[in-house]
Design a protein around this ligand. Structure first.
Ligand code: AMP
Ligand code: ZN
Length: 476
């Protein structure tokens, strides 16, 4: 069996991944708060952990992996959105949840096995909070319940590498009169008349954010499971608090054993933010005609532990590569997976390495096809070429790429007649020494996003970035 190595935030080392149970490898990833469209940064953990999910399924078998990703559907941001729009909370969360699923499907992300909604697990959260109080790790005060950080002082902060004293000194914590220690965090808080609330031993109220992941992970994965993931902005306080809650409620377990954090996404070298005007959603890009597969490819070209810079140039080169590859292996079924690709991914998800390997393999196929991205019938009959093409498709699909159904690619019309016409024009122009028609045709093709390659062997047309079939209509 392939050995997977993962960088574990908990130990700050790349470690050999050994699941508790090879027949049921378990992973939890923090999901979105559903009040708005997912922005491009939100999509990064989805794609990163989708690749890990695919790798685990490949190594342990598709039926031997359980992947849980939650929806946070109770949150003050949601309440605020409801108040300002006059819409019902349930309507907003249901709509946003579906948007998220639709948008992530466009990026080729498989749906996790379980997608629990926080509001469906309130009784389990209440039970966990009661248990924490009984064990002396939490206390009720003025309608709130708080986790008592001092009851777990030695361990609190280990994941993110901070001590409680440093945190108190450096943090902008909310100092409330009912807190015993300024670092104590909310497990339960009271709800006003107009806010969503549930009856509890502490009055009508709602859960804090952190307890939701602890309760749902316990219900669906047990007191110990293998992998916990999320963006590194969640490491503190969210993940630190999840650990405190879960380890104190279930001291018999160890909660998550491997912690993986993706770095943040930036846009053209800057933090994505509304005030910088470089904030956009996944749907914005899809609506501009950027296929979801292009976004996925661009994400995978950077290792998940490095900041990822989204640039228009990267999107263009991802689109160029994907259009060529799609044309190269159209109709080819996945074959044997090359060991190299598995090895790249098993090495802490080296997706950039795997993509590079694919790039080289693509070049080999291109050369062997006679320097064309449109393999002719002779090439397709060549068993060596077909074998390599099958390997190519299998590799791409382990990365979630080149699925025939993936991605909003516009139908590509048959470009051969246009290539023939350009070639004939060129022959005529050589005789007449008048190249104006050749130049005009070429310019029109380029304007439609077609890459024109003219060589001694002939003319080849490949759809490139920004390909627009409508613009070819007038050329027929
Ligand atoms: P949120 O809805 O803000 O809790 O975020 C949902 C997920 O998106 C979390 O895993 C965050 O870590 C992640 N995330 C938010 N912003 C970014 C970003 N700019 N780059 C990468 N991941 C992000
Ligand atoms: Zn969480």
């Amino acid at each position: 069996m392939t050995t997977i190595k993962l960088h574990n935030t908990k130990t700050r080392k790349k470690e050999v991944f050994a699941p508790l149970d090879q027949d049921d490898v378990r992973m939890y990833v923090c999901g979105p708060t559903v009040y708005d469209r997912a922005h491009l940064g939100n999509a990064r953990p989805v794609v990163v952990f989708d690749v890990l999910y695919r790798l685990l399924r490949h190594v342990y078998g598709p039926d031997h992996v359980t992947y849980v990703r939650n929806f946070t559907d109770v949150d003050d941001k949601i309440n605020a959105r409801a108040a300002e729009s006059g819409r019902a909370i349930g309507e907003i969360t249901a709509e946003t949840t579906q948007w998220f699923l639709d948008d992530m499907a466009e990026l080729g992300a498989l749906e996790p096995n379980h997608m629990p909604r926080a509001t469906q697990y309130i009784p389990q959260m209440v039970a966990m909070i009661e248990d924490l109080i009984a064990k002396g790790h939490a206390y009720a005060a003025e309608g709130h319940v708080l986790f008592a950080v001092d009851s777990w002082r030695e361990s609190y902060g280990k994941l993110s590498g901070r001590s409680v004293d440093d945190m108190i000194a450096g943090a902008r914590v909310e100092v409330a009169p009912y807190k015993r220690n300024p670092m104590d965090f909310v497990l339960w808080k009271p709800s006003d008349e107009g806010q969503p609330g549930w009856d509890s031993p502490w009055g009508r109220g709602r859960p804090g954010w952190h307890i939701e992941c602890s309760a749902m992970a316990y219900e669906l994965l047990g007191e110990s499971f293998d992998i916990h993931g999320g963006g590194n902005d969640l490491m503190f306080p969210h993940h630190e608090n999840e650990i405190a809650q879960s380890c104190c409620a279930h001291p018999e377990g160890e909660f998550a054993r491997y912690w993986l954090h993706n770095e943040m996404l930036q846009v053209e070298g800057k933090k994505m933010s509304k005030s910088l005007g470089n904030f956009f959603t996944v749907r914005d890009l899809l609506d501009q005609g950027v296929p979801g597969e292009v976004i996925r490819f661009a994400f995978l070209s950077t290792h998940y532990r490095k900041p990822m810079d989204w640039t228009a140039e990267k999107a263009r080169s991802a689109e160029r590569a994907l259009r060529r590859w799609r044309s190269l292996v159209e109709g080819i079924k996945p074959g044997q997976l090359p060991k190299e690709v598995e090895d790249f991914l098993a090495d802490d998800l080296n997706t950039a390495g795997a993509l590079n390997f694919l790039g080289h393999l693509g070049q080999v196929l291109f050369q062997k096809a006679g320097s064309t991205w449109n393999a002719g019938p002779e090439t397709l009959k060549d068993p060596e070429w077909s074998r390599l093409a099958g390997e190519f498709v299998a590799s791409a699909q382990l990365l979630g790429l080149l699925y025939p159904t993936l991605g909003q690619w516009t139908e590509v019309p048959d470009l051969h007649p246009l290539a023939r016409r350009l070639s004939e024009c060129r022959t005529a122009a050589r005789a007449s020494k008048d190249f104006s028609e050749v130049d005009a045709l070429k310019a029109a093709l380029v304007d439609a996003g077609v890459e024109v390659r003219m060589s001694k062997e002939g003319v080849e047309l490949v759809p490139g970035p920004g390909f627009d079939a409508a613009k070819l209509e007038g050329l027929k």
